[in-house]
Design a protein around this ligand. Structure first.
Ligand SMILES: *Cc1c(COP(=O)(O)O)cnc(C)c1O
Length: 500
């Protein structure tokens, strides 16, 4: 007789002890964050560890955890560190870490069916509808990220434009009239990619010029729409951005809603991080008009620090949302009672069938901190951006490259026309593990971009950042320097400061 086999521990008590050690390891890791460099490149030894043959035999969990500790944990992206300002990345929270463990323990499949995880996800949709001023029966689902949510918005808007399920059956070639979408020049590239993926073609996305504050120009938008209509095209979608990825600019959403309304077009807002400013009473006016969108894409994993990944797609008209994705597969048929009960399942609202319990980590984050504390962290980021801007404005060497709308500061070095010093500074800061801003290109010139999104980034970190910047610039210019005297650690257990 074959011995029964399963994947549970042989010794649950030993497993418990090992698991508690793993938990302690990660709590120590989070607690000691500031003492470590922002980023360390993966060592050759670590890389070699992940270039082995597929194992036939397993090992003790303790040995595998030791490998995690040695080869994986030290070489993270760094986005949880207070000195990380690169790109736009959330910082996570210890609460989110626990939520991930609980969700993994349940291992719920949230494609559908009659279990509580689906209600938790619906709760999140209702909460966000409330936060953004959408109707309470708005429809929403978790997706990987705003890129996916923006893509889904395009599919819903496309089907809505054609007014039936015809495209789902017959494809686009059977339709008359090329659909045209509009977004500002500052829009995230995933909007362009969504046009490609949806089969509409990137060339049918009009990138509308922006003004001096990098907000979409309404006159140019109106002009483009009428020119397209005159040429026989079908304008169908306006994508406004709440918080552009480069500079944090917010399009004039109210006026975009007016245009969409008068032109009978779908109005979608890419609010990946910026939409969440709506949680702050002080910042909410900046995203005025969001409440008029037909759909919103945003990320819990950015400004709400829910662990990756946790994008969300919210649609005002639940029927339009369902029409774009729902199907009738025999193995997914609904029952009046039992586990297969329920009307709309998440799998009716997007292309994913099997999906994890992302709602738990969002729910636990919001329940634990409340929107008050979460929005205070958002406001703090904007204050830190102003602090950095203030320093740059007074600096002899550095210069602002774009206005600060929310939390992103783009700046460069004076008389560094090709941006070579900016580039050098950013790479230096990364390699020394001091800070992690990123680079972007503004008006053809590389700019240093500090996207301050981390709840852990405080005044002392911004001040340390300015010192690191000065030092990195001197090194980039190969000027003699002695920063040992200038740099004072700003408190025990704080960010590591360089000594050279
Ligand atoms: C980050 C971002 C995206 C992409 O979101 P992902 O979650 O990375 O897919 C889209 N638009 C804007 C404005 C962003 O900041």
């Amino acid at each position: 007789m074959t011995k029964p086999v399963d994947l549970d521990p042989d010794d649950w008590d030993a497993f418990r002890a090992e698991s508690h050690r793993a938990l302690d390891l990660m709590i120590d890791y989070l607690r000691g964050l500031r003492e470590r460099p922002v980023w360390v490149p993966p060592s050759d030894e670590a890389k070699a560890r992940f270039d082995r043959d597929l194992p036939r035999e397993g090992r003790e969990l303790s040995a595998v955890l030791a490998d995690f500790d040695r080869y994986i944990k030290p070489f993270a992206t760094g986005n949880i560190h207070p000195m990380f300002m690169g790109w736009v990345q959330g910082a996570g929270t210890p609460v989110g870490m626990i939520a991930e463990m609980l969700a993994a323990g349940m291992n719920s499949n949230c494609g559908g069916r009659n279990h509580i995880a689906i209600d938790v996800e619906r709760q999140i949709a209702k909460w966000m509808a409330q936060a953004f001023g959408f109707p309470q029966d708005a429809s929403g689902i978790f997706v990987t990220g705003a890129s996916m949510a923006n893509f889904l918005s395009l599919l819903v808007a496309r089907d809505q434009a054609y007014g039936d399920k015809d495209v789902r059956l017959n494809g686009l070639c059977a339709r008359e009239g090329q659909l045209i979408a509009y977004a500002s020049r500052e829009a995230h590239n995933c909007v362009r990619q969504a046009m490609e993926l949806a089969g509409l073609g990137a060339r049918h996305l009009r990138l509308i010029p922006s003004d001096g504050n990098r907000r979409m120009k309404i006159s140019a938008l109106r002009h483009a729409i009428s020119a397209d209509r005159a040429a026989g095209f079908r304008p169908f979608l306006i994508v406004g951005t709440a918080g552009t990825v480069d500079t944090g600019a917010v399009d004039p959403l109210d006026r975009l809603a007016d245009v969409a309304h008068s032109e009978d077009m779908w109005f979608h807002v890419d609010g990946a991080f910026g939409a969440l400013a709506a949680l702050s009473p002080a910042l909410k006016p900046l995203v005025k008009g969001l409440e008029r969108a037909d759909s919103i894409a945003f990320d819990f994993h950015k400004w709400l620090h829910v662990p990756y990944d946790a994008g969300f797609f919210l649609v005002r008209d639940k029927d339009a949302h369902r029409r774009a994705f729902a199907a009738n597969a025999a193995y997914l048929s609904r029952a009046p009672r039992g586990l297969a009960a329920g009307d709309t399942w998440p799998c009716d609202l997007g292309p994913d069938l099997s999906r994890g319990f992302r709602a738990l980590k969002a729910w636990m984050t919001i329940e634990t901190f409340g929107t008050k504390k979460l929005s205070e962290c958002i406001e703090q980021c904007c204050r830190m951006a102003k602090r950095l801007e203030g320093w740059i404005a007074k600096s002899d060497a550095f210069v602002m490259r774009a206005p600060v709308a929310l939390n992103i500061v783009c700046f460069g070095v004076k008389e560094d026309d090709d941006g070579s010093l900016a580039r050098e500074i950013v790479m230096e800061l990364h390699e020394r593990g001091e800070a992690a801003p990123s680079l972007t290109i503004l008006d053809g010139v590389p700019a240093i971009r500090a996207a301050i999104i981390n709840h852990r980034t405080h005044e002392e970190d911004i001040d340390a950042f300015t010192i690191f910047l000065d030092a990195a610039l001197r090194r980039a210019r190969k000027e003699p320097h002695d920063f040992g005297a200038l740099v004072e650690p700003h408190g025990p257990g704080k960010t590591r400061l360089s000594e050279d």
